[in-house]
Design a protein around this ligand. Sequence first.
Ligand SMILES: [Zn+2]
Length: 269
Amino acid sequence: MAGWRYRIAVMVLGGAVTLLCLMGSARSAGAVPPGIQWTDLERKFEGVFVLSASRESRKVALTFDDVPDPRFTGQVLDVLKKKHVTATFFAMGTRSMKHPDLLRRIKREGHDVGNHSYSHPDFSKLPVEDVKRQITRAETVIAGIIGYKPKLVRPPYGEIMPEQLEWAKTQGYTVVNWDVDSADWRQLTENEVFRNVTKSVRPGSVILMHAGGGEGQSLAGTVKALPRIIDWLREHDYEPVSLSELLGLPVKRDNSLKQMLHLPEGAIE
Ligand SMILES: [Zn+2]
């Protein structure tokens, strides 16, 4: 009898553990429906949803979200200028309207500008119509300041749904998340930001950092870690480049057939 009881207890416990594991994986999948991971979306939406580039070249891309922010964006630009590095900045519509000169400086200094939505909502909680409005509204603001519509889009928090990607595809956008997270938005120290990037970077990596923050949020660790990260990358034969160079894409979106069909540069002349 005791044996049965023991077996039943083990079965119940096993069931509970399985359930907990399922709940855990559903949570870690984030916005996308349970069972779909970013890597699955990258395969399904090849060339439209991107986490990293080819692992065959040692090029990597430093990307900075939530700009322009007068507290940190200028400091990041100063470091990049001193180190002769070209990077990518994902701009919000609301912040671009407030600080257009800073957005113009990003472009003038040779960096790529991408679209990071108008007001930074979580796309996974929005109907597709609202997502369209967030992207096109930001695009109108950004294009009015720097003169082009960015082809590159990064959804806030990296959250995006399959049907939203379907729409992005028809409009010629490329949605770029990342495979290396500096987690710098947690207000980490210089050493923590440096370690987070250098421990997981690989050839072709897209590195997530921030050059803008919320009220009272400090990115001092990012600004201090950045020159060390650039030096480390070069010492290890990595070449930091813009996203458009890493992915072989134009930085500007247009509605040409070439872009709509997601053909590589030079495919149609
Ligand atoms: Zn953001």
